[in-house]
Ligand binder design. Structure first.
Ligand SMILES: [Zn+2]
Length: 158
């Protein structure tokens, strides 16, 4: 990983840590939602992203984490961190949050182990569990099974 990418990664991690530490949880969820909206606007290159980010404190949050990071760095490395746009940080943070959400849905709700996809070709037979979901209009059903305890859960995105 090149140094600028690494700096971006570290800065994004710092923002995530800061967000996770926000109390109470309702304020944390609000901040996360605001950051996700700003990221979405940036992705769409929609106008208003800058204003919203400034008003909601998203820019301030990034700058606060940048300041914290700069205090830990020597001048050369600090320059790389200074050169990162807050927009890049917001996009990276939103990307990480989305990854975390996806990873969470892949986990068994009973024991937390990883799950794998199982399919069932229906024919005239009913699927072997109530969590199987029909794929499209065919006779294919899908669910997830825990690799550790065997619990069957609905497939992704349900
Ligand atoms: Zn399990």
């Amino acid at each position: 990983m090149s140094v600028p990418q690494q700096d971006l990664e570290i800065l994004a991690r710092a923002v995530l840590d800061r967000l996770e530490a926000v109390e109470p949880p309702c304020v944390r969820r609000l901040l996360l939602a605001q950051l996700n909206v700003v990221a979405k606007l940036l992705q769409l290159e929609a106008s208003g992203a800058d204003e919203l980010a400034a008003e909601t404190g998203v820019v301030a949050l990034v700058e606060e984490c940048r300041d914290g990071r700069l205090r830990e760095l020597d001048a050369d490395r600090g320059l790389g961190t200074l050169g990162i746009e807050w927009q890049e940080v917001v996009l990276r943070v939103a990307h990480r949050l989305a990854q975390d959400r996806r990873a969470a849905t892949c986990r068994c709700s009973r024991c937390g182990a990883s799950t794998y996809e199982v399919t069932h070709r229906g024919g005239r037979r009913r699927p072997p569990g109530r969590h199987f979901r029909r794929i499209g209009t065919g006779d294919l059903y899908r669910a997830r099974r825990c690799s550790a305890c065997g619990l069957v859960q609905p497939p992704h995105g349900r």
